[in-house]
Each structure stands twice: as structure tokens, then as C-alpha cells.
Design a protein around this ligand. Structure first.
Ligand code: NAD
Length: 371
């Protein structure tokens, strides 16, 4: 049983539970931290085994979004939503419109987007009820599919890793093993191919494998576990989390791990293990932030060029994280946390300074500008 104390132990500002029996909606929205701006994070629909499991998921994911936005230099906070239900059976227009009204009721403190099992049609229904939603279809003035932008960010992270390890950002002649050639992995494979790198890949979907064979015939397929021991410069996890663990680290022959998947390290200590083996790890939540950067631009009027320009900054930020890791002799995953936490702390500080100074000049109730 999760108590209030446990629920708020990760530093969340607000957790909202909502149910609408008329359409079967059961949702939890977690707002972790709005120091840098409104909390942005996708909505995940999942058939959770229990409500507690859903709550733990949304708390963990929303905290991750705070770190991701902070390290990426975005003026956004961290939040996330989960809808408890079977995406194959329980989706309806009414359910997503009810969810949209819930998001609207938070007055912009939380902005939603796509996540696992949420598609463009669902986002459109949410958009009917609230403007606090991103990842809206291109023809509705949004930024459309984020995957190519996420892939571009991962590519910039790989370039930064090559700069650090090989002294040049060029991918020409490098070899990359991609686990999972879905929406992001496939786009990444195309970018690598265009940069004259060779690609080895694996996937469990016949459709994905076939698409690679058709569109990138030079890429070599390997099955399952073989991807870890592939003789390559870079291993790029683009499928599931936790692919870097006790078992796989000893199999790796690469010099760099850099991919799109969330939570690539099964446990934090695996960052240290990579360091000890002399394998450079590009932190997942930094280099896969291209999709988040892309949707963040929707508020100021999205263009492809603005989005790509922002995503290009991942190259420099990744180098900055490597520098912190070297200077403080800490694993790269910890160094990314340091960069994110330092930014949060500094902005928190100026906010409290400002509030403290101006409070005597302001009428009660006029603090809204800081939300
Ligand atoms: P996706 O579902 O389109 O692709 C995942 C691919 O991995 C699929 O082709 C699937 O068949 C394959 N796969 C699953 N299990 C596998 C296994 N054991 N071995 C090999 N292949 C396997 O998902 P996506 O949108 O491409 O996202 C990939 C990863 O990147 C996910 O972890 C996601 O959370 C993360 N991510 C995605 C985005 C985005 O913009 N889509 C943004 C940030 C992070």
C-alpha cells in the first residue's frame, strides 16, 4: 500500500487521480517538478496488474521527465499520465475526450503527449478538449511523428561519443549494431547509412526486418543475443529498456553504447560497470530527447528547421556530460544527473530569491506567474 509519505518521497508536487465511470476512464497524472516550466510528458495506456503498479509507473516516469527536460535545456517541467485499461478494448472517443477535460482542468500545469499505446487519433480527441497537448498531427498545426527527430538526437549523441572516443565526430567507416528497428531504430539506421557507417541490426518483428531488407539492403541482420557480441564500434539499444545488464556487459565488444531506448541500464551500477570496461555510455534520457524537443516547439509555432536546430544542441550537451564524468570521476549516467540537478537547483534559487525580494510589493494571489 502506498502512503502519502511514500508517494511524495520522490519530490512530486502533485498527483491527480481521476475516474469517469460513464466512459471507463481511470487515469493518474503525476506532476513531478515545475521549476523550469509546465510539466510535459506523454500519456501511457496500459493494462496494469494493479492500481499501485500504475501509480509507481507514473511517479517514476514523471520524475524522469524532469531530468530529461532539465538536461536538455528546455523550459519545461516533468510530468506523465497513465490511463489504466486495455488499449485493444477500452479506447473510445469519449474516454480520450474525458481525459482531455481532465488535462484542461489543470490549467496548463501539465501538458500531455503520446506515449506507449497512444496514437495520433487519440491525441486528436484529447486536442478537442484541451490545448495542453503536443504531438498533434501536422495538418492540425502540430509537429506530427516524433520518431525521426528522436533518431536525429540519438545520431548527434553518437557523433559526440565518436568525438570523445575516436577524436572525430564523423561516422564514416564506423560500424553500429542496432537492437530494434522500429520507428526510431529504422530512422537512425537511415541516418547512419547516409553518413557512410555500416549497420548490423536485430528485431523480433518480421515486418521490421523486411523493411530493413527492402530499404537498406546493405545492413546485416543478426538474430537475438548476437547483437551484443557483434564486432562493432557502437551498440545502439533502440528496443526495450534494461538491455545493459550483468549478462550483456561482458558480451559487448563495442567502444560506445548510445541508443534511443529508455532506461537502458538495468540498474544504476551498470553505468559504473561500463566505465570499468572502458565503454563510453551516452546517457539515454539526454540523447533520446529529440522527440521532446520537437514537441516543445509546438508552443511557439513548429517548423522542421527550428526543431532540428534545437536537436543539434544534443551534440554539445553530450560532450559537456562526458566532461563532468571525467572531472568528477563518476559514471556518465551520474554526470547527466549532476547537470540536470545543477540547473534545477540554480533556477529554484533565483526563483526563491525573486519571491523573497518582491513579496512585499505584490498583492496576495499574484504569484501565478511562477507556476
Ligand atoms: P517501436 O515500438 O516503434 O520500435 C521498437 C522495436 O523494437 C520494434 O520493431 C520491436 O519489434 C523491436 N523489439 C522489441 N523487443 C525486441 C527485442 N527483444 N529484440 C529486438 N528487437 C525488439 O518503438 P520506438 O518508438 O522506435 O521506440 C524505441 C525505444 O526508444 C523505446 O524504448 C522508446 O521508449 C524509446 N523512445 C522513443 C521515442 C520516440 O520518439 N518514439 C522517444 C524517446 C524514447
Amino acid at each position: 500500500m502506498l502512503t502519502f509519505e511514500k508517494m511524495y518521497s520522490m519530490g512530486h508536487e502533485e498527483v491527480v487521480f481521476f475516474q469517469d465511470k460513464s466512459c471507463g476512464l481511470k487515469a493518474i497524472i503525476a506532476i513531478h517538478d515545475t521549476t523550469l516550466g509546465p510539466a510535459l510528458g506523454g500519456t501511457r495506456m496500459w493494462n496494469y496488474a494493479s492500481e499501485e503498479e500504475a501509480l509507481i509507473d507514473v511517479l517514476r516516469l514523471s520524475r524522469g521527465m524532469t531530468y530529461k527536460a532539465s538536461v536538455s535545456g528546455l523550459n519545461l517541467g516533468g510530468g506523465k499520465a497513465v490511463i489504466i485499461g486495455d488499449p485493444k478494448k477500452d479506447k473510445s472517443e469519449a474516454l480520450f475526450r474525458a481525459f482531455g477535460r481532465l488535462v484542461e482542468s489543470l490549467n496548463g500545469r501539465y501538458i500531455t503527449a503520446e506515449d506507449v499505446n497512444i496514437g495520433v487519433d487519440d491525441i486528436d480527441h484529447i486536442f478537442t478538449e484541451t490545448n495542453y497537448v503536443t504531438g498533434v498531427a501536422l495538418d492540425h498545426g502540430g509537429s506530427g511523428n516524433p520518431a525521426p527527430y528522436t533518431a536525429l538526437g540519438v545520431f548527434r549523441g553518437i557523433e559526440a561519443s565518436c568525438q570523445k572516443v575516436f577524436g572525430t565526430r564523423s561516422l564514416k567507416g564506423r560500424s553500429v549494431a542496432i537492437q530494434g528497428v522500429g520507428s526510431v531504430g529504422f530512422e537512425l539506421a537511415k541516418l547512419l547509412h547516409d553518413a557512410d557507417a555500416s549497420v548490423v541490426f536485430t528485431d523480433i518483428s518480421e515486418k521490421g526486418i523486411e523493411r530493413m531488407k527492402q530499404e537498406l539492403p546493405l545492413a546485416k541482420f543478426v538474430s537475438g543475443q548476437e547483437i551484443f557480441s557483434a564486432n562493432v564500434d557502437i551498440y545502439s539499444p533502440c528496443a526495450l529498456g534494461a538491455s545493459i545488464n550483468d549478462e550483456t556487459i561482458s558480451m559487448l565488444k563495442c567502444k560506445i553504447v548510445a541508443g534511443a531506448a529508455n532506461n537502458q541500464l538495468k540498474e544504476d551500477r551498470h553505468g559504473q560497470m561500463l566505465k570499468e570496461r572502458g565503454i563510453l555510455y551516452a546517457p539515454d534520457y539526454l540523447i533520446n530527447a529529440g522527440g521532446l524537443m520537437n514537441v516543445s516547439i509546438e508552443f511557439e509555432g513548429w517548423t522542421d528547421m527550428k526543431s532540428k536546430r534545437m536537436i543539434d544542441t544534443i551534440f554539445e550537451t553530450t560532450l559537456k556530460v562526458f566532461k563532468i564524468s571525467d572531472e568528477q570521476n563518476i559514471p556518465v549516467n551520474k554526470a547527466a544527473d549532476v547537470l540536470a540537478e545543477n540547473r534545477l537547483a540554480s533556477i529554484r534559487q533565483i526563483k526563491s530569491n525573486y519571491l523573497g525580494r518582491s513579496v512585499t510589493h505584490r498583492m496576495p494571489g499574484s504569484k501565478k506567474r511562477f507556476n
